[in-house]
Design a protein around this ligand. Structure first.
Ligand SMILES: Cc1ncc(C[n+]2csc(CCOP(=O)(O)OP(=O)(O)O)c2C)c(N)n1
Ligand SMILES: [Mg+2]
Length: 730
């Protein structure tokens, strides 16, 4: 027999007979009325688990991972306020239901059943996925990638203190709110989780406010792998910067009391705490999982005998809140009502087309107040001694620094975070002076953990800030990638655009850095960024364009709530010369603060008709170098700078090649998975008759030493390829 059915029959039989499991007598601050509310939430959570399985069997439901055994989370919800943002474990239906009970006018059973049915009426994801979540209940939807929501919970908790001091226009969290995040006992072992615990401890250890409640729902197992006895307590009872609380999740009175103490500690002391809640898991991991295939049946039955609903009913009877018959009636009626509602929910419309599914990949725009530009005097004071150089041609690193200065001055909600960006001013000096100009609150030197940097940014963004996190080198983005791919990019998607986390991630990268090179620093793969739905990837090749692009990136994040990556080519930061030493040909003047390069806009240099060279970053610089030699052979060229590597600027690129006889793609990213693959496809699809050739980097890592540029297109390669295309081989 199905274990869900066994548990259901056990409950009915034992409740009717008043045959309760033994446990502590009810005590503590939980009132009888609240205890009944918690029990009602628990019954609904259980009924949803039972119903979701029936829906799946009927082909009308699509998700069965359940909350049975974790119903004690309803008591945790009652110990918190609705304003406390909750990043939930996938077993926390009871939490969400109990929270809905604290907000008038909710139809939580209907809402959650719409989600099980994947109906487009589902108020959180619009039918995209079964997720817990609700805008009004302050529960952002979560992916079920283990522990990946913990870094952003740290960020959101940090944002509360920052927003108290510097409220952003689109602030979401109350000043006295706390943040809660929950997860399983196996998830604790994930390096992402460990990073978040460490970052929370590291922050609190220094006395920085971090009102964050971690809740570990310890059912002793992760799918089929057991957590060693005592592992969670051993790991968390004495962790620096993290207060430890522990409660029996089967005892709703104790859970409520301890959760209340933990929440009070976090709220009043503004420090993180870890609530260790012991739970059980009923019916295995998910619908298709049969626990008796990997656990002795006696062990499974022993757990079932500890059904939290039986414990709750016992406590209600012992406290005089309800008698056994009334407890059973609530259970039965809740189940019957849930099944009736489900019958309606499965009739509701579902998503059908790709357009339906993709409708919220791009989040909605938001209204932003325009501020007056600072007076010339104030701006001059801000720039200080830099003011003298601002009208002179400069290399890119300096111009980016000025662009950030103007942007941060224009928009108070911009906050930067990264390794060594503050005091040191960045490895390449790009963020120099910003900490002095805007303070340590807005230019945050983080600890060394890329997941935490991005988590901080996501959390801040969810509370209305416009973060500009920095990843020191592109090679380091890869170990934190999931924070952007799995978390930030999916948030509007799973919330039907209701939750957003706009930001501009600055990443130093690409190759050609003379002699230095080396894979750890000069990574030249952007494949990982190009296939993230909804993400915008910009990449400048010179200072003036960098300033104009960065302004557009910030506008896209701030006003259009987009997730943007701004990839800065390291080798071009200090570049001054183009053809000969001291010619200063690659320096530019700082463009006026209102000049932008719009999303999707390319730049074109020259109007030659023989070969259009399409490139970006270093490839574009090398193409400029190559141009006189190509033209010297009578081959007329035009050089096109893409600026936008994702989505590709299709329209303006196609316009820019009109009249050209051939196209040469110069791409410093790898041949496989690089930008040139997409460009070749684009030209094949749109200009099938156009001769197109490509130069791309080898499928290799970058070497250090003299061969630093050996695997990437060279200036000579460009000359040869362009002449070949024009039918005038060298
Ligand atoms: C990064 C990642 N790895 C693996 C999984 C597959 N997975 C889903 S749930 C789970 C077990 C989690 O156990 P635990 O944290 O104890 O939570 P429980 O299901 O017991 O409540 C695993 C391994 C995943 N979702 N994400
Ligand atoms: Mg577990």
């Amino acid at each position: 027999m199905d274990r869900a059915e066994i548990v259901h029959n056990n409950f009915r039989k034992r409740a009717a007979a008043g045959h309760w499991p033994s446990g502590r007598a009810p005590s503590g601050p939980l009132s009888a009325t609240e205890a009944v509310e918690i029990y009602r939430a628990a019954c609904l959570s259980r009924a949803l688990d039972i119903t979701s399985r029936a829906m799946q069997r009927a082909g009308e439901g699509f998700y069965t991972i359940g909350s049975s055994g974790h119903e004690g989370m309803a008591a945790v919800a009652r110990a918190l306020r609705v304003c406390d943002m909750a990043f939930l474990h996938y077993r926390d239906a009871a939490f969400q239901i109990a929270r809905a009970g604290q907000v008038p006018g909710q139809s939580i059973a209907w809402d959650m059943l719409l989600s099980f049915a994947a109906s487009s009426d589902d108020p959180i994801s619009g039918g995209r996925h079964k997720v817990l979540g609700s805008k009004i209940l302050n529960i952002p939807p979560q992916t079920s990638t283990i522990a990946s929501h913990l870094p952003k919970a740290v960020g959101a908790a940090y944002s509360i203190g920052l927003a108290r001091r510097r409220p952003p226009e689109h602030k979401q969290l109350d000043d006295d709110a706390i943040v809660m995040c929950s997860f399983g006992d196996a998830s604790v072992n994930h390096s992402t989780a460990q990073g978040a615990f460490n970052t929370a401890g590291w922050t609190a250890y220094q006395g920085v406010p971090l009102p964050l409640l971690f809740v570990c729902e310890d059912n002793g197992i992760g799918i089929s792998t057991k957590t060693p006895n005592g592992w969670i307590a051993a790991g968390f009872a004495h962790r620096p910067g993290l207060a430890y609380f522990s409660a029996d999740g089967l005892d709703m009175f104790e859970t409520f009391e301890i959760a209340q103490q933990a929440a009070h500690f976090v709220r009043v002391r503004r420090k993180p705490a870890f609530l260790h809640l012991r739970t059980i898991r009923l019916y295995g991991h998910a619908g298709a999982d049969v626990p008796t295939t990997y656990l002795p049946t006696a062990e499974v039955e022993a757990e079932e005998a500890q059904d939290p609903l039986l414990h709750m009913a016992r406590q209600l009877v012992e406290s005089g809140a309800l008698d056994a018959a009334a407890a059973l009636t609530i259970y039965d009626e809740t189940l019957a009502r849930t099944q009736r509602i489900a019958a309606d929910a499965v009739q509701r419309p579902r998503l059908q087309t790709a357009e339906d599914v993709m409708a919220c990949l791009v989040p909605p725009k938001r209204a932003c107040t325009r501020r007056n530009a600072p007076s010339p005097e104030d701006r001059a004071a801000l720039f200080g001694s830099d003011m003298r150089a601002i009208t002179e041609p400069q290399p890119m690193s300096r111009i980016i620094n000025w662009a950030m200065t103007d942007l941060m001055s224009a928009h108070d909600e911009i906050v930067m975070m990264g390794e060594d960006i503050g005091r040191k001013g960045g490895v390449y000096g790009v963020t120099q002076k910003l900490r002095n100009r805007f303070g340590a609150d807005r230019v945050i030197d983080t600890l060394l953990d890329e997941q935490s940097i991005l988590g901080l940014a996501i959390g801040l963004a969810q509370n209305g800030f416009v973060p500009i996190p920095e990843i020191q080198f592109l090679a380091y983005f890869h170990n934190a990638e999931d924070q952007i791919r799995g978390e930030a990019a999916t948030l509007p998607f799973f919330s039907n655009g209701q939750f957003t986390n706009p930001m501009v991630i600055r990443i130093e990268g690409l190759g050609y850095q003379k002699g230095f090179g080396g894979h750890f620093h000069n990574d030249n793969s952007v494949a990982v960024l190009r296939d993230i739905p909804g993400l915008i990837l910009a990449c400048p090749s010179n200072g003036a364009d960098a300033a104009k692009l960065l302004r557009e990136c910030v506008r896209l994040a701030r006003e259009e709530q987009r997730l943007v990556v701004f990839l800065e080519p390291i080798a071009l930061y200090p570049m001054r010369d183009l053809h000969t030493a001291k010619d200063g040909g690659w320096m530019t003047r700082y463009p006026a603060p209102d000049e932008r390069i719009a999303l999707g806009e390319v730049s074109v240099h020259g109007n030659g008709e023989d070969v259009a060279i399409v490139s970006f970053a270093n490839g574009y610089y090398l193409s400029w170098q190559a141009q006189p030699q190509i033209e010297g052979r009578g081959v007329k060229t035009r050089l096109i700078d893409l600026h936008w590597l994702n989505p590709l600027p299709v329209e303006s690129l196609l316009k820019a090649v009109v009249g050209a006889k051939s196209v040469l793609i110069v791409d410093e990213t790898r041949r496989t998975g690089g930008v040139s693959e997409a460009l070749m496809t684009l030209f094949t699809e749109h200009c099938p008759k156009m001769p197109v050739a490509r130069l791309a980097a080898q499928d290799s890592f970058i070497a250090t030493g003299p061969a630093y540029a050996a695997t990437m297109p060279s200036y000579e390669d460009i000359v040869v390829a362009a002449l070949n295309l024009a039918g005038k081989p060298a």
